[in-house]
Structure formats: C-alpha cells, structure tokens
Design a protein around this ligand. Structure first.
Ligand code: M6R
Length: 595
C-alpha cells in the first residue's frame, strides 16, 4: 500500500530516508515525501510522482532525525497536497493504512478550528496529535491513537523531540538498531544495510526512538519489552544486478525460488506440523484455499488437484469474497491463506474470520514476519526471496510448490515423498523454459492485438487466468482468462481479427477439447496461439498457431510452475515493447493493505 520509514541518530536523515524510500517504492509510487527535524523544527519536501521527484528537495534538508513516505492513494487523488508527510503545528506524520473513522474525526477537528490541507484520511492523525499535545509526547500519542479506527502504521516527528515515534496497528512496521542510529520501516529490505538488529512490532505497540534507545509501550501506555534479533540474511536489499527490470530478474530467479521453498518446507518440518494438525482434528473435513490476484490463482491451481487426491471437498475462494460469507468455515476446515506479502488486508482478514469460525489456519507466505503468520496456526514457507516487481512471478511458482507439498503431506508419506522427488527436477525444467523461450514474436503479436484471451481446461485454467492477469497488469493490453469451454458462452462475441486467443495445454487428456475451442475461434476470423507441454498439443494446432511455445512436461499439480513461465515472459516483453514500466504498473502497488 504505502511505504513508511523513520530514522534518528544518523549523520544526514534525508539521505538515509531518500535511499530507504527507493527501496520501499514498490509499495506505492504516486507521491513521496520526507520531513526532518533540524534545530528542533520540522522541514519537509513532498511531491506527486515517483520518489525521484523529491531528490533535489531532499538534498537540501539537514538534520539527524526524520520520516519518509511513498504513497499508493486511497483517500484523495495523487497530488502534492495529498502526499505525506502531513505536517501541522508541532507534528509531522506518515501513515500506511486506512483511518476508517476519518470523516467523523475531521468534522470534529474542523469544528475546533483545525485547518486541513489535504483530502487524505491520514491528515486527521497530525491534528489529533496537536489537539492532545501539551508538552507530553507519550500522552498525546496515546490519546490520538485511542481515537483511531482502521489499520495504521505511523511514523511521527514532534518538534523538540530528537527522534521519532512508530505506531503499529494491523499494518507492518519493523524497528531496527545499527550502531547509534535507530530506524523503522514498513519492511525488512529497507532496513538492510542500515540496521544490524531488528524487531517486528506487534499490533498495539508504540516505539519511542530517541538518543540511541527504543522504548516500547502498548496502547494503554504500559511498558512492553523489546526483543531485537539479527536482521535475516534473506532480507538483504535487492538490486537489479545487470537486469534491466526486476520483473525479468525475478522470472530468472524462479528455479532458486522453487528449490529454496522445497528446502524450507522440509527444514521447517511442515510435514509433521500439517499431519499433527490434521490428526488433532480427526482429519480435515474440507479445505478452503484463499488469496487475492496471483495468490488466488495459485490457490485455485492447488484446489484442482487437491480435491482429486484427498477425496474431500476442496475449494478456492478470493479472500475479499470469503470474508463476508456466513458459515464458510468450521472446526473441521483447513483454511489455507496464500499471500506473497502476508500483508494483503483481504487475505489477513479472511484468515482471521476462518480462525474465528474454528478452522485450522495455514499461511503460505513469502514473508515470515508478516501479519498473516501472526494469525496462522501453521506457517508454510515460500522462499522466493524478496519480490520487488509489483507483478508477482517467482512467488507464484514458490506458492505452487509449497501448496503441492502441503496437499501431498495431507495425503500421506508416500505421496509426499513422490512430490519431493518431482520437485527436484522442476528447477531444470524451469531453467529450460526460461532460456529456450522465444517470446519476441509472441510479445509483438500481443502488443498489436486489441484484446488477448487466455484459455485452458483443468489445471491449465488457473494458468490461463494468471497469464491474462500478468499481461493486463504490466502491458495494459485488455483481455481475460477463461475456462476453454466457457468462451463460447458469451465472450466469443468479442473475437475478431484484432483479438488473439492463447491456449494453455499441459494435460494431454483435455487437449482435443481445448483444440475445439480454438477451431471455434478460427471459424470466427480470430487468431490463436498455444503454449503447450511437450507431447500434449495436437500437431495441427501447433502448425496453424500464430505462435507455439513448448515447455517441458511435468505432473499436473506442479505443471503451472513451468507453463506459467512463457506467459510471464510474454507479458514482460509486451510491456517493454509498449514502453510501459513492468516493475511499477500504473494504479498499482505491491501489497494492498486496505480492503
Ligand atoms: O501479497 P499478496 O500475494 O497477498 O498479493 C495479492 C495480490 O495483490 C497480488 O498477487 C497481485 O495480484 C499481483 N500484483 C499480481 O501480479
């Protein structure tokens, strides 16, 4: 959603904050700002646009304490005024999250004479702080926080207080110590290279960082203990390393993402944790797999094979829908929440709802210290490494591997061991799919199409959905993903010579059926292409296709790991051909921490 950062005890705060905002920019990039304390007074710069827009302004700021923000707009369009920090009176504030009761608070504050300068929900926080401040910073923060409803991670500067305050409620914030300097940020990579030790704040905690020391209290003002641990190696800040974009770098990291995920699953004894949880409940009666966007697509892929393998009802749901369903889960349910970031509000809240209904909650996530892991009974690790590109690629493949291991672990040792063996070979297949893939012609075809439809049956349907999402997200070429049999029930009306339909075929038993759907497209003057697993597509389909891309075949439950790769590469190249920024597509942010 948004990225926030704070520091104190450094030589030049604005320099540290600017660099940190570059690392956090994937969390939102419609405006950015920095505020510093210089001689006990607050000075700030903020602008609409990318972080680079504030570079020259930031260079002029002096001071050893400060806060920074990079925004994904929720309330108020991207503009200079709506950019954070919001500064008024003695305070400056940056916020990640949503203040649900902001309208009521704003009305109250305006009636008391506070003058607002933005349309954001966040600005109420700075005015509340001023309202309650009479020289006691802690008292003001406690009173202000008590009034807030919603989700908020905050960093606060107060004139006369050489340091910053960090507040955590339902949105992430991590504090860190490096030498005499103290830090806070929305995620670990922004602290890598700065902090030597870190602590993930818990919901309802406030950190006062000043004069080389972080003091914690809860929302009632009671002291809380701070337990710092060395910053994990995996949180290393990532750099492009010679690649032109993170998207292509991260696609190239898929083999390592899958390998590390499998390793972590075995290391962290997930097999034992899952079977123990199942035994405790006398076996799970049903499974619900849940996520948003790409994570929903990996959940859907897992649901396809899990039901057949386990012989119990298994379904995938988008988290935003699941949350508001009555009696959707119960004590016999295994609820599997899938989320790269572990921060997506819909997914975290869906997991809370499932837990509240008595379900056993497993979190499949790439971020071990996330909000989702806090809710879960069992954590199933994805070890894709930090994913910077807004479009999920390597994390999707890691999720498919983690879910395949989860499902087979529930089936029993034999199935699990077999899956481990299959996953051993998948890295080489991914590498082959990446290096052999000739996507240039395919990307040019997509770039010049008025719409691109992706179709598949069975396990290829979730892959079609993911291929379509990826292309839309980074290239803005419209289209849809469809079950191959569904196209003829309406959407076929959109097919003409300007549209392209890409069939995904990795299941030989369904290939002829998908080929029929392609015939229907040709009969209506449409164009078609195919991405297929070796030996799975009919020859005449390959020969007539506008492009045909072959990938190594693998077993059903893990075939999406390989078959998605050409689709990711096509989306990437299409975006580049059309002059889009594949790493930071318009209107988006990496994690969506509001509903
Ligand atoms: O962090 P999460 O996996 O929970 O994020 C869920 C979606 O927002 C995410 O997958 C989104 O769809 C991606 N931008 C897709 O590339």
């Amino acid at each position: 959603m948004c990225g926030i950062i704070g520091c104190t005890g450094v030589k030049c705060a604005s320099k540290i904050l600017y660099k940190g905002l570059e690392d956090l920019e994937y969390r939102g990039y419609d405006s950015a700002g920095i505020a510093v304390l210089d001689g006990g007074k607050i000075f700030s710069v903020k602008r609409r646009g990318r972080v680079s827009e504030i570079k020259s302004g930031a260079e002029k700021l002096r001071g050893t304490s400060g806060i920074g923000h990079t925004r994904w707009a929720t309330h108020g369009r991207p503009s200079d005024e709506n950019a954070h920090p919001h500064t008024a009176g003695a305070f400056s504030v940056v916020h990640n999250g949503i203040i649900e009761n902001y309208a009521v608070l704003r009305e109250e504050l305006v009636s008391e004479g506070h003058v607002f300068s933005s349309q954001t929900d966040s600005e109420v926080v700075v005015h509340l702080l001023n309202k309650y401040y009479s020289g006691d910073l802690k008292a003001a923060v406690l009173s202000a926080v008590e009034r807030l409803k919603g989700a908020f991670a905050l960093c606060i500067l107060c004139e006369g207080y050489e340091g910053f305050v960090a507040v955590k409620y339902r949105n992430p914030i991590i504090v860190g110590v490096g030498g005499d300097a103290l830090y806070a940020a929305s995620d670990m990579p922004a602290l890598a290279g700065l902090a030597e030790s870190v602590a993930v704040l818990k919901d309802g905690q406030i950190a006062f960082a000043s004069e080389g020391k972080i003091t914690l209290c809860d929302f009632n003002g009671g002291a809380a203990g701070l337990s710092l641990s060395p910053i994990p190696a995996a949180a290393r800040s990532t750099r492009l390393g010679g690649f032109p974009h993170y998207m292509i770098k991260e696609i190239n990291e898929i083999p390592a993402a899958v390998k590390n995920t499998v390793h972590a699953f075995t290391e962290e004894k997930c097999y034992a944790a899952l079977t123990r949880a199942a035994k405790k409940r006398g076996g799970f009666k049903d499974i619900i797999l849940c996520g948003c966007g790409t994570a929903y697509h990996s959940a859907l892929a897992a649901a396809y094979t899990a039901e057949e393998l386990l012989g119990i009802p298994v379904r995938a749901e988008t988290a935003g829908e699941f949350r508001y369903k009555k009696s959707a889960a119960n004590s016999g349910t295994l609820f599997v929440a899938v989320s790269q970031s572990g921060e997506t509000a819909d997914t975290v809240e869906a997991a809370r709802a499932a837990k509240g209904a008595g379900a056993c909650v497993a979190a499949v996530t790439n971020v071990p210290y996330s909000a989702l892991t806090g809710v879960a009974d069992i954590v199933v690790p994805v070890r894709a490494g930090t994913e910077v590109c807004v479009a999920a690629t390597k994390s999707y493949c890691g999720q498919i591997a983690a879910l395949a291991l989860t499902v087979t672990a529930l089936k029993g040792r034999q199935a699990y061991i077999k899956m481990l063996a299959e996953l051993k070979d998948i890295g080489a297949k991914c590498s082959a799919a990446i290096s052999d893939c000739m996507v240039e012609a395919a990307a040019r075809a997509c770039a010049s199409s008025s719409g691109v439809y992706f179709i598949g049956r069975g396990i290829d349907y979730p892959v079609a959905l993911e291929g379509s999402l990826k292309l839309k997200e980074v290239s803005y070429v419209p289209g849809e993903g469809y079950p191959a049999g569904e196209l003829k029930h309406g959407t076929i009306a959109l097919i003409d010579g300007g549209t392209l339909t890409v069939a995904v075929i990795t299941d030989k038993t369904l290939a002829e059926k998908t080929a029929s759907a392609i015939e229907q497209i040709y009969s209506r003057g449409g164009r078609a292409a195919v991405v297929y697993a070796s030996g799975c597509a009919p020859e005449n389909l390959i020969e007539r296709a506008e492009f045909a891309i072959e990938v190594p075949a693998s077993s059903d439950s893990i075939s999406p790991i390989v078959s998605v790769i050409p689709l990711q590469l096509i989306a990437y190249r299409t975006a580049v051909i059309l002059g889009r920024d594949p790493d930071k597509p318009r209107n988006l942010a990496k994690s969506v921490t509001v509903e």
